[in-house]
Design a protein around this ligand. Structure first.
Ligand SMILES: [Cu+2]
Length: 241
C-alpha cells in the first residue's frame, strides 16, 4: 500500500504518468487497482476493454465535496448509495458516494477538524447488495480515510464501525497531526465486503490536505482517479485478473 503526496504526483504528471497501487488495505487479493486519481475508467480488463472518457476527451476533475467552514471546523456529507451512472456509453448500476463516479474530492487543511455526516443509503438485498460468497450482507459498510494520520478509534478512522442500511454517524477527523501537501482517499473498510464494494464503485474519493508552503502555488493542479471495472448486464462484476 502506498500513497502519493502532492509533490510526487506533480512530478509524475510532468512525465505523463501518475500511479500508486492499492492492494493490501482492501482486505483481499482482488481489490481493484486504484491509481492515485482518475476521472475515467477502463472496462474489460485483460484486453477488449474500452476507456471512458474516450481518448481525446477533455479532462474533467472529479466533483468537489460541498464543504462548510467555520474557523477550522469543516463539515461535509458523504453517503454511499445505489446509483446509476454512464460508463463508455453503458448505463451501470453501482454503489457510489453521493451518486458520483469518481467520488467527490474533499479538500482540507492541516489543523482542520473535518466532520463528515455519513449515512449508509445502500438498500438491503437489491441487485448490487445481495449476499456475497462470504455470506456477508453487501449493504453493510463503513468509512476509512486512507493515508491520514488521524485517530483509529471512536468516531474517527475506526474501521471496526459497522453501518447497516440506514445507519448514520457524524465522523470527526482531527487533522492537527496531519501534515500539509498530501493526498489520500476514502473508501469502505468493513471486513468481508470491502473488495466487492470497491469494484462496485466505492473505490474512493481524493482526500487533499493542502500545501502549507508557497512553493507549489504556481502549479495548476488536477485530481485524476483511475479505476478498472468490468461490467455485465448493467452491473459491475467481480474484478478478475
Ligand atoms: Cu485504505
Amino acid at each position: 500500500m502506498r500513497k502519493l503526496d502532492r509533490r510526487e504526483f506533480l512530478t509524475l504528471m510532468r512525465v505523463g504518468a501518475a500511479g500508486a497501487f492499492l492492494q493490501a488495505c482492501g482486505g483481499g487479493s482482488a481489490t481493484p487497482t486504484l491509481d492515485s486519481q482518475v476521472s475515467g475508467s477502463m472496462m474489460g480488463g485483460g484486453g477488449g476493454g474500452a476507456s471512458s472518457p474516450p481518448p481525446g476527451e477533455l479532462f474533467k476533475d472529479p466533483p468537489l465535496a460541498q464543504l462548510t467552514r467555520n474557523g477550522n471546523i469543516v463539515e461535509t456529507s458523504i453517503s454511499p448509495q445505489r446509483s446509476q451512472t454512464t460508463i463508455a456509453g453503458q448505463t451501470v448500476t453501482m454503489m457510489l458516494y453521493n451518486g458520483s463516479y469518481p467520488a467527490p474530492t474533499i479538500r482540507v487543511k492541516s489543523g482542520d477538524i473535518l466532520r463528515v455526516n455519513f449515512t449508509n443509503n445502500l438498500p438491503q438485498n437489491v441487485d448490487i447488495t445481495g449476499t456475497n460468497i462470504l455470506g456477508k450482507d453487501m449493504s453493510i459498510t463503513n468509512l476509512h480515510t486512507h493515508g491520514w494520520h488521524v485517530s483509529p478509534s471512536g468516531n474517527a478512522d475506526n474501521i471496526f464501525l459497522k453501518f447497516l442500511s440506514g445507519d448514520s454517524l457524524t465522523f470527526e477527523f482531527d487533522l492537527s497531526k496531519q501534515w500539509g501537501g498530501m493526498m489520500g482517499f476514502y473508501h469502505p473498510h468493513y471486513h468481508g465486503t470491502v473488495a466487492e464494494q470497491f469494484w462496485k464503485g466505492l473505490a474512493g474519493g481524493a482526500l487533499i490536505v493542502e500545501d502549507d508552503v508557497p512553493d507549489l502555488q504556481d502549479f495548476e493542479e488536477h485530481i485524476m482517479i483511475l479505476t478498472d471495472i468490468s461490467i455485465s448486464n448493467g452491473l459491475p462484476t467481480e474484478w478478475t485478473r
